[in-house]
Design a protein. Sequence first.
Lengths: 116, 116
Amino acid sequence: MSIHLRPSQALRLWQQVSLIEVRGKAPDLTERQLAILLTIYLDPPPHTVRGLAEKLDVSKPVITRALDTMGALKFVSRHRDTADRRNVLIKRTVEGALFVERFGDVVVAKAAELSL
Amino acid sequence: MSIHLRPSQALRLWQQVSLIEVRGKAPDLTERQLAILLTIYLDPPPHTVRGLAEKLDVSKPVITRALDTMGALKFVSRHRDTADRRNVLIKRTVEGALFVERFGDVVVAKAAELSL
DNA sequence: CATGAATGGAACGGAACCGAAACGGTTTTG
DNA sequence: CAAAACCGTTTCGGTTCCGTTCCATTCATG
C-alpha cells in the first residue's frame, strides 16, 4: 500500500515543516547535511565516506565536511575500520537518533493537520 | 480528514525527496529560501518583506537577500505598492510556479512509492 | 509643514560552504 | 618489496550566506 497525497497537500506539508525548522532554535542543517544524516539513520550500515558520496552524487570532501559539522553536534561519530584501516565507518549516536526521531514526529504531526 | 503517516514513513519520504534535490541540477535553495518561496505560493497575498520576516521569525535583510537570489532566478518579482509606496509587494512568476509545481510532484511521487 | 515612525534596502565584517587539487596512510598488485 | 591503487582528509581560493547596523524614502501625526 502507498501514501496518497495531492500536490497541494505535499507543498503545504513541506511549508509547515520548513517553517518550524526555520523558526526553531534547532541547529539548522544544510539540505545536504540533512540528506546525509537521514541516509545514515535510515539505510542499513555500514556507511563510509565513499559510499555516501556515491549515494548522494557529491564529492568526498563534501561528506567529510558534513561529518565534521554533524560530528561537532554529536549527531554522528567516526571510527576507523579495523578490517581495512583505510575506511572510516560512520555510526549513529544517541543525540543524532533523538534529532531524527524528533524531526520525524514533526512531519507526522504536520501531516495529521493537513485537511483533505 | 487528515493524512496518516508513520514516523518511519515520514523520514523515508524526507530522505528520498532530499536525495533528489541534492543530486538534481536544480538550483538548490536554502532551507530559508524554500520556506519563503512556498509561503509566497501557498499563503494568500499580498506578501511584503516585513510580513514574511515576521511569519518566518527572521530579520528583514534575510528576506531581502532571499528575494534577491530568487529574483535572479525569476522565481519571484517585486513591485512597489502604489497605495503605500513604502511597501514592496512580492509576486509570483511563471518560472516560480513551475518550480513549486515540479517540487510538489516530486513529493507526491515519492509518497506514492512508500511502502506501508 | 515639521517631526517621528515605518519600510525596504545597502554596507560591512565574519562565518560557512563549495570545487578542485594535493597529501599522508593503508592496502593491493605485480 | 616496490609500485600502483585506494581512502579519507586537508588545503587553497572563491563564493555565498549571515547578523548587525545604518540609511533613503514614504507615510502618519501634531
